[in-house]
Design a protein around this ligand. Structure first.
Ligand code: M6R
Length: 357
């Protein structure tokens, strides 16, 4: 039930710190070690490459999952859009492992791929919020995201939960491979949950941004580099699906290769900058759009923040920042949709789970 909330989406955004803490509990044993089925561990470690398959927001979580597993676990990962892979399967490695990410566990495009790869004899794991769903039953293993029912069509808590579970998996892979690393997913998730809470308490700032930048606009661009790029793709999807503003996420360096032509006087450009090694590059890209009239809104980590930025995010390990940086993007989209009089929980033309191809 919505309780005192006007919309499920806002309730679900606010639930995210609890979801992350819940995941920490579920995936930790009494000694504080990671709790994972041995068979899952074996399947992951026997594979030579992981293929992540998903759609929409879950695909965006997969892009972040790749970075986590490659940077922490040093195992190669490819991420594919399920509907593309289904009819255009790329060349596979010798021992592939498939990970399906799906909030509902019912997405037909992903299921189509699962059916095919099972026929080919490849092992599979489904990361889902609904154990007992089709993708969960049909894959060899399930990793539960424990986010609780997600009612709003726009996915929020399921996305952050999917990334949280993958961070745990990434750390487990690193341990199994004997990789020396100071990365502790459990500790980082605790910090992320706290940071989420801080950001959820800043709703007036997010609402102000929505009003100032998005109440009249026809379009909105998002830019970021490295992991911030994956997050801005999600930010743009959120904004377009509930507010119907044409929104696109771009890799900061790519704008000048064409899209910058669309920047006009007052065009909102929302930049996310949490990755230290590319902060200055992103700042440079911002200057390029500002010089052409853009109205910039900057969401920066504490280390990278500069005077005049709109939102400051607490610092986290570079692969964990998406779990936190998406919160302002979700809230800004929410308020933009509200102010534009849109049906936030049930946007036009969309269904919560897409069970047709
Ligand atoms: O249930 P799934 O995670 O498989 O759903 C995938 C997409 O349909 C879903 O993420 C969709 O993009 C959401 N409406 C995004 O908010």
């Amino acid at each position: 039930e919505k309780g005192t909330y006007e919309h499920f989406m806002l309730k679900e955004i606010d639930e995210q710190p609890f979801v992350i803490r819940n995941i920490i509990q579920k995936y930790q044993d009494e000694d504080g070690d990671i709790k994972l089925e041995e068979d899952i561990r074996a399947a992951v470690n026997q594979s030579d490459r992981i293929y992540i398959l998903a759609a929409g927001t879950s695909y965006h979580a997969g892009l972040v999952g790749k970075e986590m597993i490659e940077k922490i676990g040093q195992k190669p990962v490819e991420v594919h859009i399920a509907s593309e892979f289904l009819y255009n399967q790329p060349l596979l490695s010798e021992k592939p492992l498939f990970i399906f990410i799906s909030q509902s566990g019912e997405t037909a495009d992903s299921r189509g791929v699962l059916v095919n790869v099972k026929k080919q004899g490849h092992p599979s794991i489904t990361i889902t919020n609904v154990p007992g769903s089709t993708l969960s039953r049909e894959a060899d293993f399930t990793l539960h995201t424990y986010a609780g029912p997600e009612i709003a069509v726009a996915s929020t808590k399921a996305y952050t939960a999917q990334m949280a579970v993958m961070s745990i998996l990434a750390m487990d892979i690193a341990r199994a491979r004997g990789i020396e690393s100071s990365f502790n997913a459990i500790q980082q998730l605790g910090l992320a949950a706290n940071a989420m809470e801080t950001l959820c308490d800043q709703k007036d700032i997010m609402e102000g941004i929505a009003k100032e930048y998005l109440s009249e606009t026809r379009n909105c661009f998002f830019i970021g580099r490295a992991l911030d790029y994956h997050v801005v793709l999600e930010g743009a999807l959120k904004l377009k699906e509930i507010s119907y503003i044409q929104a696109e996420g771009f890799a900061g360096g790519e704008l000048k290769h064409g899209t910058i032509a669309l920047i006009e006087e007052g065009t909102p450009v929302i930049a996310v900058t949490t990755q230290n090694h590319v902060n200055l590059n992103t700042r440079g890209n911002l200057q390029e759009v500002v010089a052409r009239g853009a109205n910039p809104c900057v969401i920066a980590s504490e280390t990278n923040h500069q005077e005049g930025d709109n939102i400051i995010l607490p610092d986290l390990h570079e692969v964990m920042t998406p779990i936190v940086s998406v919160i302002p993007l979700q809230l800004i989209s929410y308020y933009a949709a509200m102010h534009r009089g849109c049906d936030v929980d049930k946007p036009r033309n969309l269904a919560k789970s897409v069970t047709v191809e």
